[in-house]
Write a protein of this length. Structure first.
Length: 251
């Protein structure tokens, strides 16, 4: 074949190949590379998301636990043994010891359900462990209920009865003396109030607790529970309140 015909045939073949996409232009090759890199990036992002979910599941399963495997093992052993001991104390109705055991668990792993549930259960038992009914006279000052409370123990109060508070005054009304103005603005004339003291000499300066039926509080200190109607001069008041006190008394 003459040279000029060979060159013409090559030119025709190249033209046909280009028209049918058999040859890739430089920009087409670049697009293919970019697509490959983008696919790899998406795959990597997907793997990162899966890893993050896995870490969140692990964190949720071991909430409050250390990351070191040996420490985790020690924590789990402590929790298991302490929970077993706490349940044994509960069975024997040694609620103070059971509460201390559950508190140890909660301090170590606050999110451990059995620990917090056990502590709540024991506190409920303790709040109704000892009971005492006391009659509070409207016409008397501070009255010793005979219940000796223990610091940190829950106290539940139920009240029944009515009384009448009498305030003698002229047309100018009565100004509440500064020394009798309570810090709690919910305490009014005729309110049933309580305080916890170790001896009677502390009554004048003791902090008052407003009481009502269904009232629950934690004893801020150990001592005897005193009750009275809030009034400057109770001598002319009438009536009485029957108060049920439930807690763990200090014998």
């Amino acid at each position: 074949m003459p040279p000029r015909f060979r060159l013409r045939l090559i030119a025709i073949l190249l033209s046909l190949a280009s028209a049918n996409g058999l040859l890739l232009a430089p920009h087409a090759t670049a697009q293919s590379a970019r697509a490959k890199l983008q696919k790899q990036a998406e795959e990597s992002k997907k793997q990162q998301a899966e890893l993050q979910k896995r870490l969140q599941r692990i964190a949720s399963d071991d909430a409050g636990m250390p990351t070191d495997p040996q420490l985790q093992s020690l924590h789990r052993d402590f929790i298991s043994q302490t929970e077993k001991l706490a349940k044994e104390y509960e069975r024997k109705r040694q609620f103070e010891k059971a509460r201390e055991a559950y508190q140890s668990i909660v301090r170590l792993v606050p999110d451990y359900p059995a620990g917090s549930q056990g502590l709540a259960r024991v506190l409920t038992y303790q709040s109704a462990h000892d009971k005492k009914v006391f009659k509070v006279q409207a016409d008397k000052g501070w009255q010793d209920s005979g219940a000796k409370l223990t610091q940190g123990m829950p106290v539940k109060i139920d009240v029944k009865g009515k009384w009448k508070v009498t305030i003698a005054s002229g047309p100018q009304g009565v100004e509440l003396p500064k020394e009798l103005r309570p810090r709690d603005n919910q305490i009014r004339w005729g309110t049933l109030v309580a305080t916890i003291v170790e001896n009677q000499s502390e009554l004048d300066d003791a902090k008052m607790i407003r009481l009502e039926s269904g009232k629950e509080f934690v004893a801020g200190s150990s001592g005897r529970l005193y009750l009275r109607m809030f009034d400057e001069d109770p001598d002319d008041n009438q009536g009485e309140m029957m108060v049920l006190i439930q807690s763990t008394f200090d014998n």
